[in-house]
Design a protein. Structure first.
Length: 292
């Protein structure tokens, strides 16, 4: 399968049902599209196919029906499949594995409502389930170091946390996650670090201390437009906090529209962060402009 074929026709989906004796079944994709799947559609025939198995392959037009069939398929299992699976992080990835509604005793049987699954989690667990500890570690770290977009760091770490805890016993899971997250913490870029800080997700960088985590002032400065008054309340207690907060408040209060009530409420929430003379100065500034 060449690169052009992958970009044009590749899919990742889950088995909705499959009859192993007859050798065919149906796949469902996150887009709610369904694909017919015959055992001949696998590049290498699996010993068995079960509901919920994650399949990667190509969509091929179905000559007999108005739709597509799975072609050149395989069960997700290797490092390349991990890369493909991670493309779902910022895409819709819920699949509905509910059975079709059937008639029963002249009544319609209601479909079960507990078979909506996260395809990303299904795939991650399937790929890692037969791997040893070192293989899981290498897979997690390789993607982080070579492929992970910074904007997806929290989602990726959350997925690993969920998947590894499902696969391993509690003690082994915690030990492995500690190794992975400490490795993440040693190779973060500023955007990843800021997102960890903003989400208070310090566990994902190997920090297990109590309370807040003071990140460098220059990192906060790079993402100042994403800092609100709630974040400033945290920053206030940092070693550089008072000066940083004063500068941020001044930047946010500059050019206020004093006739806009929403802006004024926001401005007052920023002023409350300040202390002493700075707070009095800005309160007087707002009061004098409101009286004009």
């Amino acid at each position: 399968m060449n690169r052009n074929q992958k970009s044009k026709a590749m899919f990742i989906g889950a088995v909705k049902w499959f009859d192993n004796q007859k050798g065919f079944g149906m796949l469902v994709l996150p887009t709610e599209e369904t694909l017919f799947l015959h055992v001949r559609g696998f590049a290498s025939t699996p010993s068995t196919v079960q509901i919920g198995d994650v399949v990667i392959g190509e969509k091929k037009p179905d000559k007999k029906k108005d739709g597509f069939v799975g072609h050149n398929c395989h069960l997700a299992s290797n490092l390349n499949d991990w890369l493909i699976t991670m493309s779902l992080i910022d895409q819709p990835h819920t699949v509905n594995l509910n059975p079709e509604v059937k008639k029963f005793n002249s009544k319609r049987e209601a479909p079960r409502s507990n078979l909506h699954h996260n395809l990303l989690q299904l795939a991650a667990k399937q790929i890692l389930k037969d791997k040893d500890i070192e293989e899981i570690f290498r897979t997690a770290i390789h993607y982080h170091e070579h492929h992970l977009p910074p904007s997806q760091f929290i989602a990726y770490a959350t997925l690993l946390n969920h998947t590894i805890k499902d696969l391993l016993d509690p003690e082994a899971a915690e030990q492995l996650l500690d190794r992975i997250f400490k490795s993440f913490g040693a190779s973060l870029n500023p955007e990843m670090l800021f997102k960890v800080w903003k989400n208070r997700a310090f566990r994902f960088i190997g920090y297990l201390g109590d309370g807040d985590f003071e990140i460098p002032e220059e990192v906060l400065g790079l993402y100042a437009t994403e800092i609100g008054h709630r974040e400033l309340s945290r920053i206030k207690s940092y070693s550089f906090g008072p000066a940083f907060c004063a500068d941020m408040v001044e930047a946010n209060l500059d050019g206020l529209d004093f006739k806009n009530q929403e802006e004024m409420q926001e401005a007052l929430s920023y002023v409350e962060i300040l202390d002493g003379e700075e707070k009095i100065r800005w309160e007087n500034y707002i009061k004098s402009n409101l009286e004009k």
